[in-house]
Design a protein around this ligand. Structure first.
Ligand SMILES: NC(=O)c1ccc[n+]([C@@H]2O[C@H](COP(=O)([O-])OP(=O)(O)OC[C@H]3O[C@@H](n4cnc5c(N)ncnc54)[C@H](O)[C@@H]3O)[C@@H](O)[C@H]2O)c1
Length: 379
């Protein structure tokens, strides 16, 4: 096992989560080929003291943090608009790159990042579509790959949260030039999960998007350096609803919103096949529900999937997994990929995330132009 110095960019929820996950890779997985550790962190000036208290070697210059020789691997935990410049700089510096989702704000940016990454085959390019690390989803994928139930006829995906009501101020997630709205934030996960489990992406979409709150208060830094609050018009979606065709002739729907009171991180899917069905919800994250039409005693079966037989298992079957376990598993899979080992379940590459961007753009175009949009139209 060799050590791998990592640079983490950003000290928000995801940046701090890395502080937990990287040191745990070797603790969770005895066979890890590489032991990653956080060698350096880029943070904003007001975050520096807190980062140092966690033991980070703090760097306030993002480009220097990416390019200097303190690390071999850059982990991008920044607002979405910064993923593009950070990833391109890291690839140019010949570093492995792990990027938060969504990969970029536009299809053009995502394509440029993907092409740059694929021009360097020795470097990792991985995107944190983390729900691929949930054992129940890995099992769902196996059910489809082994064709247990025949053709997928109908699909339903959802990713809903509750925090985006009128009283919520405008952070970068509500800024079209920094975040890209709810579809980019939540819908991107659901689009990737459809592909991960079923192997299919929508071929044609029809969508409606809405901004329930037309104006929000944003914090701004004035010319004299003081902070103020100012109202700004909102140009991104609070909620999105999509219907789509699949390449096999099946149909599906997708919904995402931050305006569903009582649903804090409620995401999931229901996939209906010719001879059965599967469904999963993050609210019951360790279980996959399965229905087999041909059984004589038909009924939904709730299958516990973290007993070690499905994929990731850390502390013995039935010791329930949560977000920090999935992130540790993702970091472990990144190390396996760098070492040239097969992943236990495929990681999302930049190309996978570029395909998600194409679907998001088709959805936005459908809403803007009030028409069905074929994915072939988006390149
Ligand atoms: N995969 C997942 O499950 C998941 C979950 C949450 C967030 N995310 C993604 O992770 C990324 C970060 O999200 P977060 O929740 O940690 O955000 P956050 O707002 O909590 O933190 C963002 C951090 O980026 C840095 N930053 C902010 N503005 C900056 C600027 N203008 N210039 C340079 N650095 C700046 C700061 O260190 C800040 O703390 C986003 O792309 C988000 O979509 C992914």
């Amino acid at each position: 096992m060799r050590d791998m110095p990592v640079t983490v960019l950003g000290f928000g929820a995801m940046g701090r989560a890395r502080h937990v996950s990287y040191p745990n890779v070797a603790k969770y997985y005895g066979d890890t080929p590489i032991n990653p550790y956080v060698a350096q962190g880029f943070v904003l000036p007001h975050e520096a003291d807190a980062a140092r208290k966690l033991g980070w070697d703090v760097n306030l210059d993002m480009m220097d943090a990416i390019k200097n020789d303190k690390s071999e691997y850059v982990d991008i935990c920044l607002p979405n608009a910064l993923h593009h410049s950070a990833a391109l700089a890291a690839i140019e510096a010949k570093k492995h790159v792990f990027c938060e989702k969504p990969l970029a704000l536009t299809v053009a940016e995502a394509r440029e990042m993907t092409e740059a990454a694929e021009a360097c085959p020795g470097l990792l390019n991985s995107v944190n579509f983390i729900y691929r690390r949930v054992p129940a989803n890995v099992f769902a994928r196996k059910v489809v790959q082994e064709n247990w139930f025949g053709k997928l006829l109908e699909a339903r995906s959802y990713y809903n949260q509750s925090w985006g009501g009128p009283g919520t101020g405008g952070g970068w997630r509500f800024d079209a030039k920094a975040g890209g709205g709810t579809l980019a934030d939540l819908g991107s996960h659901a689009i990737d999960m459809l592909y991960f489990v079923t192997g299919m992406r929508p071929s044609e979409v029809s969508a409606a998007q809405v901004a329930h709150v037309k104006e929000r208060m944003f914090s701004v830094t004035k010319e004299d350096g003081t902070q103020a609050r100012e109202p700004r018009k909102i140009e991104v979606d609070d909620g999105t609803r999509v219907v789509y065709f699949l390449p096999n002739g099946g149909i599906g729907s997708l919904e995402c919103t931050r305006n569903a009171p009582g649903t804090y991180n409620t995401q999931g899917y229901e996939f209906y096949f010719e001879d059965g069905a599967i469904k999963w919800s993050y609210d019951d994250v360790n279980y996959l529900w399965i229905f087999e039409s041909k059984e004589r005693a038909r009924g939904w079966r709730r299958v516990l999937c973290n007993d070690g037989g499905y994929t990731y298992c850390h502390f013995g079957g039935g010791h329930m997994d949560g977000y920090r376990d999935f992130l540790t598993s993702q970091c472990y899979e990144n190390m396996r990929a760098i070492e040239g080992m097969d992943n236990l379940a495929p990681i999302a590459t930049f190309r996978d995330a570029y395909e998600v961007e194409r679907t998001c753009e088709a959805i936005r175009r459908s809403h803007r132009e009030r028409r069905w949009v074929k994915l072939d139209e988006i390149d």
